[in-house]
Ligand binder design. Structure first.
Ligand code: TA6
Length: 295
């Protein structure tokens, strides 16, 4: 693992997949170089913010189940190539660590990169440079930028597929999506409008909300906390919980773990996909924060 000089708040681990651990006065985080995958994030004074399956694989080329997978350059199954990895290749490829530094305000910022290669072009025939900045402070800030290095325009999808940890998903709600259009993947992709004041979880839930730039909050009555998912440069939000049957079908997802997680994913997917002209860049930003609420 080639690394730039690391600041005091960052240490490395080679156990299994290589990762960087951040421990500063605002909190802790762990980032695997494969997929630039933030797997853990624990703000000071709070419980773990991200869910990670006890059955997750940590193996080369295999997605980590939980944390914040980066979906790029497509979301979901590839439209025509079932042999290609779901959610694109970014989450199963090694990213480089380009910079790591402690900021004057005590935050730690780590910058990672992924550039096109013969391996990526065999799956997606475009030249690109992707950079991902993770900043660990009172907020966990994530910034995914993509630049078109090609001689022609291209269109891509992207998502920060965030698995949030909850005490009980059946007592959790997602707020901020009222009135938004969504594709209901549990109902054959039917297109609906969410009239409810909040998304609740009483069955498998898999919704791609489109045309929404809203900040969402995940209210967790069980743990007495609220996680805010603020965003910029994103017009899609995905809300997902596999519930009982789908959790049981996934080998890297414990059968009973579904009650402890809810995905609130920040994306540009389907008709919200991003088109870049040669030389043009796009930036997607997410700010995660946790607040105690109620008693
Ligand atoms: O974002 C929701 C979703 O598209 C679900 O349909 C489910 O497939 C989930 O992603 C997990 O996908 P993965 O490929 O990581 O198993």
């Amino acid at each position: 693992m080639h690394l730039p000089p690391l600041p005091p708040s960052v240490t490395t681990s080679q156990a299994g997949l290589a990762s960087l651990a951040v421990d500063n006065r605002h909190g802790r985080a762990r980032i695997f170089l494969q997929g630039a995958h933030v797997a853990e994030w624990r703000p000071v004074g709070a419980d773990e913010g991200l869910w990670l399956s006890v059955r997750s694989l940590f193996a080369p080329g295999k997605p980590i189940r939980g944390g914040i997978p980066i979906c790029f350059p497509w979301f979901g199954p590839h439209p025509s190539r079932p042999d290609l990895p779901a959610h694109g290749f970014a989450r199963v490829m090694d990213w480089t660590v380009n910079a790591a530094r402690d900021l004057p305000d005590g935050r730690t910022r780590i910058e990672l990169g992924l550039t096109s290669s013969p391996q990526t072009e065999a799956q997606w025939p475009h030249r690109f440079t992707a950079t991902y900045a993770v900043t660990v402070g009172t907020q966990l800030e994530l910034e995914l930028s993509v630049r078109n290095d090609d001689g022609a325009p291209f269109k891509f999808e992207e998502a920060l597929h965030t698995y949030l940890s909850v005490g009980d998903v059946r007592r959790s709600t997602v707020n901020g999506l009222q009135g938004a259009r969504y594709v209901d993947k549990t109902d054959g992709g039917a297109r609906k409008v969410d009239e409810a004041s909040a998304v609740t979880f009483a069955e498998e839930t898999d919704r791609l909300y489109l045309g929404t730039e809203a900040t969402c909050t995940l209210a967790d009555a069980s743990l007495g906390r609220e996680i805010t998912v603020a965003k910029a440069g994103s017009r899609s939000t995905v809300v997902w919980n596999p519930w009982i049957a789908k959790a049981a079908r996934m080998g890297d997802f414990g059968d009973h773990e579904w009650t402890g997680m809810a995905c609130v994913e920040t994306a540009n997917a389907s008709e919200d996909g991003v088109e870049l002209a040669p030389g043009q860049s796009h930036r997607l930003w997410v700010g995660l924060s946790v607040a105690r609420v109620g008693v």
